[in-house]
Design a protein around this ligand. Structure first.
Ligand SMILES: Nc1ncnc2c1ncn2[C@@H]1O[C@H](COP(=O)(O)OP(=O)(O)O)[C@@H](O)[C@H]1O
Ligand SMILES: [Mg+2]
Length: 463
């Protein structure tokens, strides 16, 4: 017997109500409740429960066998390190990202590589097999052993997967599939949640690694990956700027490994290419100094990336001068400007100031402070900073340069990329070996760092 019941569900936060409410009492959004009708097979559900009761049993923790083979390596060791050492068998992974960022491309490349030794079913709910074939030809995929299944009905996908018993099931995307027991349209919050719960149970019961694609949407209308984060084992975010070719894959939740580990890819005509030394992507070609440009070392997970900071200082035509920070924390830039004014003696009240982290990279690490300050001063004074130098250090409110974490690794990355000098806070216990490979300039105060790094000219002597 099929029974229907309806409830009103907030598309923003998932709150369910028996009747319509204009304003969601939980997240305070207006007009976000949508009626969702649910069919329940009461008799079937009861039978399922009885069957389940007979099956249920427990296992002592001591009897659970651990096996390293439970991890399956993907096509690249960088991707494996983001996952914490490869895919864990039977886990549910969510790959989230903006539409068009390259999620399907990444998964098609990964599934092609995996299909050499494993059985991979790719449930393409958004595209036809023909479209996938066109893409795999464009990407020059070698094996082409992936089993394509263009289907949007979750029950059919699970039936096929149960029959075929693959090692991997890829569902692209969770917003395009639907559970026939729910009447709401595919992509609604209850569909997304129900489908994800079913897939979670399926992955665990059958020990099949399942990967879901989830589009990040503007909040409201359609359920996004936020709704799924607590259900899945691992959340990978695929990010990138619209006008840049690089993409970052980042684990924001991982039940089986560290988070904040990243892998960097470049999107090319022939697909995504792993960049194992990403620093080159974020530096302008010219490593020589120009006024207003400095280099710094930022951390992304366990990776160190050498990035370029650029500043432009110009006379303002406005009553209130403009400040802009691209890829950097705006408030932090304002703080550095205030420190330069109060502790070093500059006056920026008649200057517009633009600061930019080159290459579309984003970072709010305090370790970039010194690089930002030197870039601003160098542009303001039109002085070239000393050549081939990396700046590392947080600036305190009294103008002191403070310690940052991971300093040795940052210096090592600078050495690797051929930099000759590094400006850092006063540091004890640095490995002696580093001093042989790079000139280390220590500065306790911002003013001292400015004096040591900006070539002395008439203007710098005035500071
Ligand atoms: N013919 C093509 N040549 C080069 N790049 C392409 C081509 N077709 C698609 N792309 C790139 O692939 C991206 C779409 O990737 P896709 O994997 O479909 O994204 P998603 O699955 O995240 O929506 C596009 O934004 C574009 O950059
Ligand atoms: Mg896609």
């Amino acid at each position: 017997m099929v029974k229907s019941s309806s409830k009103w569900v907030c598309q923003n936060c998932g709150l369910a109500s028996q009747s319509y409410i204009g304003k969601c009492p939980d997240c305070n959004s207006w007009g976000s409740l949508i009626e969702e009708v649910q069919k329940t097979k009461t008799k079937a559900a009861k039978n399922e429960l009885i069957e389940k009761e007979t099956k249920t049993s427990f296992q002592s923790c001591m009897d659970v066998k651990l096996n390293e083979a439970n991890r399956i390596n993907s096509f690249d060791k960088e991707l494996d390190s983001v996952l914490g050492g490869g895919f864990v068998q039977g886990s549910l992974v969510l790959l989230a990202g903006d539409p068009g960022i390259g999620k399907s491309t990444l998964l098609l490349q990964a599934s092609d590589a995996l299909s050499e030794n494993h059985k991979v079913i790719y449930a393409c709910a958004e595209e036809s097999s023909y479209q996938i074939k066109l893409r795999s030809n464009r990407l020059n995929l070698k094996h082409q052993q992936t089993l394509l299944f263009p289907e949007t009905n979750l029950e059919d996908i699970l039936l096929l997967a149960k029959k075929e018993k693959p090692d991997f099931l890829i569902v692209d995307s969770i917003q395009a599939i639907y559970h026939p027991m729910l009447e709401s349209s595919a992509g609604s919050i209850s569909q997304v949640r129900e489908c994800a719960n079913n897939l979670m149970r399926f992955a665990k019961d059958n020990n099949i690694t399942t990967i879901l694609v989830g589009h990040v949407n503007k909040e409201g209308q359609i359920a996004g990956p936020k709704v799924l984060e607590h259900i899945v084992d691992t959340v990978l975010y695929f990010e990138g700027e619209r006008f840049h070719n690089f993409r970052l894959l980042r684990a924001t939740k991982n039940r089986f490994g560290p988070v904040d580990e990243i892998a960097v890819f470049e999107m090319r005509d022939s697909g995504l290419k792993i960049i194992s030394n990403p620093s080159f992507l974020f530096m302008s070609q010219n490593k020589e100094s120009t006024p207003g440009s400095t280099y710094t070392a930022i951390t992304e997970g366990t990776k160190i990336i050498i990035a370029e900071v650029q500043a432009l200082v110009g006379n303002t035509t406005y009553a209130a001068p403009r400040r802009s920070a691209n890829g950097l924390d705006y408030n932090r830039v304002l703080q550095i400007i205030a420190i330069l004014e109060r502790r070093v003696g500059f006056n920026f009240s008649k200057h517009d100031l633009f600061v930019n982290l080159v290459g579309g990279l984003n970072s709010d690490e305090p370790a970039i402070d010194l690089s930002i300050a030197i870039a601003i001063v160098s542009c303001k004074q039109d002085v070239v900073p000393i050549k081939r130098t990396i700046y590392i250090g947080e600036i305190g409110l009294s103008g002191e340069i403070r310690q940052v974490n991971n300093i040795e690794n940052r210096i090592k990355e600078a050495i690797k990329l051929g930099f000759e000098k590094v400006v850092i806070p006063q540091t004890e216990g640095l490995s002696k070996n580093l001093y042989k490979q790079i000139e280390i300039i220590e500065a306790a105060k911002l003013l001292e760092a400015i004096r040591k790094t900006l070539t002395t000219t008439k203007q710098t002597a005035d500071i």
